[in-house]
Design a protein around this ligand. Structure first.
Ligand SMILES: [Zn+2]
Length: 367
């Protein structure tokens, strides 16, 4: 939801007006929320109400994306504007968590140094599993030296502000909820399609978290019995046919140029310039992606799905191909409409998502 009155917040959250008043007043006092437009009294006798939204003067959030080989930090305003970006590679020969903390902290420090006021908090999106109880990294396939990295506690201690860490797909979800196409939606999903495949869901006004705090493993839902071998050790997972790995392997098998570095942006360009076989491969990729999206829609009916990751760079052409294919797979497509959209460019979406984690923490009465 966007700017809302206290009455609307009470209705959406199910809390009493007095409770909402007690929650929002400290946020106004801290300069996080501000009172805006006044909604006139209605004819049924309701009182005039003031809309609340993020204050333009609010302090920024420090956002961090921690990948297996890189850390990217910036400041994000509560309106989603990104600035003070810094980006450092994590050396392949890194062996110690303490060294990783040093590198991440130095990068955070540089972004924070760009503002003269303290930040509201530090949000961290991590590319892999987390221990949701401790905020530490449980496993990072490509960076075993980060295993056990208690990043949430370490950053909070070092910088003296709240730190919120979550898995990157869930960060994309909350980023979309506050800054993107999920705003105002009670149900929506994000699906990340690139080197890997992941999804997260917003269900009935809340970000869904599976039992034990795990995130869902939609990439390993089986879509082809006896299909290709997956890295998880089973066959036919959606991930085996709907990531860049499949696209590159297939491009090689079909004789397309430079398959090893292929991405969806170049794939679209090859198709548009009439390179033999490119259009067919792009259509097959879209079709493979649509199988999992249709399954997701049939199972949870989020009705709105935003695609993130490399796929965003395919633009309208890939979105139209996927949309057409999804609709062909839907049962009773009329009345079971699905709105598909592309998210922001990958870095922007990831950083806004990391910032969104802090907003969720600040406004946790709303989620
Ligand atoms: Zn698998």
């Amino acid at each position: 939801m966007g700017p809302s009155s206290r009455v609307e917040l009470a209705r959406v959250t199910g809390a009493s007006r007095a409770t909402i008043g007690g929650i929002v007043q400290p946020l106004i006092d801290q300069g996080i929320l501000a009172e805006g437009d006044v909604v006139p009294a209605n004819r049924t006798g309701g009182k005039p109400a003031t809309k609340l939204w993020f204050s333009k003067e609010a302090k920024p959030i420090c956002a961090v994306r921690l990948m297996h080989d890189r850390v990217h930090t910036c400041l994000v305003t509560l309106e989603g504007e990104i600035y003070a970006q810094h980006d450092v590679d994590l050396a392949k020969d890194l062996t110690d968590v303490a060294d990783a903390l040093q590198i991440v902290s130095a990068c955070v420090e540089k972004s924070i140094a760009s503002t003269h006021q303290p930040v509201l908090g530090i949000g961290v999106a991590v590319a892999n599993e987390l221990n949701p109880q401790t905020g530490s990294i449980a496993a990072m396939d490509l960076a075993p030296h980060l295993h056990g990295f208690a990043i949430e506690a370490e950053l909070a201690k070092r910088f003296g502000v709240p730190a919120c860490v979550d898995q990157d797909t869930r960060a994309l979800l909350v980023g979309d909820r506050w800054f993107g196409q999920g705003r105002g939606q009670r149900n929506f999903a994000v699906v990340y399609i690139g080197q890997s495949l992941g999804a997260a869901l917003y269900v009935d006004g809340h970000p869904y978290r599976a039992a034990g705090g795990k995130h869902c493993q939609i990439g390993h839902t089986i879509v082809q019995l006896n299909g290709q071998m997956c890295r998880c050790g089973r066959r036919g997972c959606w991930e085996t046919i709907a990531t860049l790995r499949w696209l590159r392997g297939e491009a090689k098998a079909r004789g397309l140029p430079n398959p090893g570095s292929l991405d969806v942006s170049r794939m679209v360009w090859l198709a548009e310039t009439g390179v033999k076989g490119a259009k067919e491969l792009l259509e097959d990729y879209a079709s493979n992606i649509s199988v999992g999206l249709a399954n997701l829609q049939q199972l949870m009916a989020p009705n709105c799905i935003t695609l993130h990751g490399d796929i965003v760079r395919g633009g309208k052409l890939i979105l139209d191909l996927i949309g057409e294919s999804v609709r062909q797979l839907m049962v009773n497509p009329a009345g079971n409409e699905i709105a598909l959209a592309l998210g922001d460019q990958e870095d922007v979406a990831g950083l806004r998502g990391a910032a969104g984690l802090v907003i969720c923490e600040l406004l946790n009465f709303m989620i």
